[in-house]
Design a protein around this ligand. Structure first.
Ligand code: UDP
Length: 266
């Protein structure tokens, strides 16, 4: 996988951010589980971001191993299936933590489920203190409750720790489109969307519970392709990459994103 060009390290415009990484991304090109090349790539991107002086907390998904809904459809009790999903997220957290530490980062994994042998329990004040001390924090096991998703965990944890933005990392999709860009060559990418527009479009990019939590609390979301090398750092440096989901055009303009009408054609 391509590595980043060497360039001077810019300073982050954000003090504290949440980066949501779905399980699907960790899978890379494999059919199931984790691709070690992807882990290494992510660790390099995260290291570069951490060097920009931003406090970085990661929320991991688990869909590369397990999805509660799918097992419910196969006849399993939903809550049980969801708890299994939360355990899957823990495997991802341990694997990414290991890759980050091999890149020399200091990390802490915090779990919403009690698994003290492998991760600290999630305690809000302790999480903030880790971030202030320059550690990369991995939030695992979602919220710790069934019927929830890790998107909602990303929104909730961002609000709890006063993160300024939720960065929704996508696998080879560089923002929100009006239709699937892999299937429709005329799909249009939005540079900016209001929360309500994103909700009405029933986008797959983030679930409705997470979106409405962000909307109610005016927490901006940036949807971007983490698999374009350097994209995370460029966003932290203030470049308007991907799609910003926020309250209004003014907020978007202030962040350098064009108005909603000004969508880009591929
Ligand atoms: N899950 C849950 N509660 C949470 C977070 C996740 O029950 O707070 C379960 C749920 O079964 C879900 C699975 O964990 O299907 C994996 O999480 P998610 O689908 O959000 O992962 P992603 O799509 O980001 O890989």
């Amino acid at each position: 996988m391509a590595s980043n060009r060497k360039r001077p390290i810019a300073h982050s415009i954000y003090k504290r951010v949440i980066l949501k990484i779905s399980g699907e991304s960790l899978k890379g090109n494999s059919a199931f589980g984790i691709d070690p090349e992807v882990l290494r790539y992510l660790a390099m991107q995260i290291k570069e971001a951490a060097q920009m002086g931003t406090q970085l907390a990661l929320v991991l998904g688990g869909g590369n191993f397990w999805r509660g809904e799918e097992w419910e459809a196969r006849g399993m009790d939903r809550a049980t299936a969801d708890y299994a999903g939360m355990l899957a997220i823990l495997m991802n957290a341990l694997a990414l933590q290991d890759a980050l530490e091999r890149e020399g980062l200091i990390t802490r994994a915090m779990s919403a489920l009690d698994v003290q042998a492998v991760a600290e329990p999630y305690i809000r004040r302790r999480a903030i203190s880790h971030l202030e001390d320059g550690r990369v924090v991995l939030f695992a096991a979602g919220i710790g409750n069934p019927y929830m998703t890790t998107d909602t965990a990303a929104a909730l944890r961002a609000l709890e720790i006063n993160a300024e933005v939720v960065l929704m990392a996508k696998y080879r999709v560089d923002g929100v489109y009006d239709s699937d860009p892999h299937k429709n060559p005329n799909a249009k990418r939005f540079t900016h969307l209001r929360y309500i527009e994103a909700l009405n479009l029933h986008l797959e990019v983030m679930d409705a519970t997470a979106l409405s939590l962000c909307m109610d609390n005016a927490l901006p979301i940036i949807v971007f392709d983490l698999f374009t090398p350097g994209s995370l750092s460029r966003i932290l440096a203030g470049e308007p990459l991907g799609t910003l989901i926020a309250l209004d055009g003014e907020t978007a303009a202030a962040k350098g994103y064009a108005s909603p009408a000004d969508t880009q054609r591929r």
